[in-house]
Design a binder for this molecule. Sequence first.
Ligand code: 2M8
Length: 442
Amino acid sequence: MTDQQKQTLLDQAKNILRKNNRGGFTVPTDRLYPFQWNWDSGFVSFGLAHFDLPAAMSELRTLFTGQWENGMVPHILFHSEKETTYFPNYQIWNAAVNAGAPQKPVTSGITQPPVHGFALERIYNLYRENKEVENFVREMFPKIVRFHRFFYEYRDPRKEGLVFIYHPWESGRDNSPLWDEAMANIKINKNELPPYERQDNKIADPSERPTDADYDRYVYLLELGKKNKYDGPGIAANSPFLIQDTLFNAILIKSNNALINLGIQFDFDVSELEDWQAMSVGRFNEKLWNEELGIYVSYDLRAEKQIALNEIGGIAALFAECVPFEQAEKINNYLTNLIKKDFFLCPTFDPADPKFDSKRYWRGPIWPHMNWLIYQGCIKYGFDQTAAQLKKDILGLVTQFGFYEYYEPQKKISQQLKKGYGGNDFSWAASSIIDLLMKNEK
Ligand code: 2M8
């Protein structure tokens, strides 16, 4: 890639982040997702930090204005109550059933992967010795620790060090084949579901989105959450969907680690974080490694078994840096084989599995921020060739098609396409590309 091409990509990416800024925060993409999303904002914050520090800090500050009294940071902050083009809207969530939810901004009632600890560390590493950033770290650190405490208090009833999610939206990988079995166990009686109308499939191509059967179950689990005032004890007791997700726990571990690093530098007490971390790292390796597949997998707490499928969350465990080298090598072998088989890196689901669907959302396509995560992991383990391939593939796709939500992983099919999949001018795609292209540490 020439310097000129890199500069063009950087300019485009910065323009997307400026265009998607709504004053203090960034929407993931116009129209399809017109509010502030939790983990999107984490990714966006460190992309912004490369060229607009005030915007980067506002991004995280604004997100944490949605933090609940129990510490949870919700997956959506509905900053505009007039905007009605997204389902489910704030009225359907009715977060006020929980007295600790803020009145403003109104929010959803579930959460998303806690990327903010490592995002904060990344911003700090870009601006060491900057007083404003130091103050920002001091301000954000306790809020993010509170968020992590929420997980260990509310989402880990057996005190294992592994936290559960109770809605696929919390995983960030909404319709991943990982959830199929648990979702199929939810028997839907339409009369018991409130009437609802999807909006997403009017804006994006329905063949690139979750199915109606998925949405029925998303609504069912939302209602279950609401009945339990979101995070009441009835969730762990009754939710048919109760999963210890690999990616979610890997990100928690990575962010714990980032907070420990920052806490030591800033003289915060990190003993609580260290206790959580010791428990989480040990259990992650014990319970979520699948020797037969050679990858980490999620664990279904309802069915009491591993979800033995080869999926991107298991690969992204490399990012958490808690993986012994022998295991990391097996994951790297899997990625190397994919390259040989004529796939761009990295499909979100195993192309050899019949459930693989190369264009349907989290069932196969490539997502730029996931490449960013795995790239960082590969660098840490010294898998330089795989890292280079991850970077090359995502830069190539973005250069060819633009900053889409996701992309076709099969080279032969990709050649015949004119665009990516899902939403366009996507914020975390822009942010990940900026971070991959800029010099990483100042
Ligand atoms: C997608 O999820 C939302 C629900 O949260 C949706 O489909 O309506 C997912 O890709 C999720 O990971 C992401 O945070 C969100 C916004 O980009 O969109």
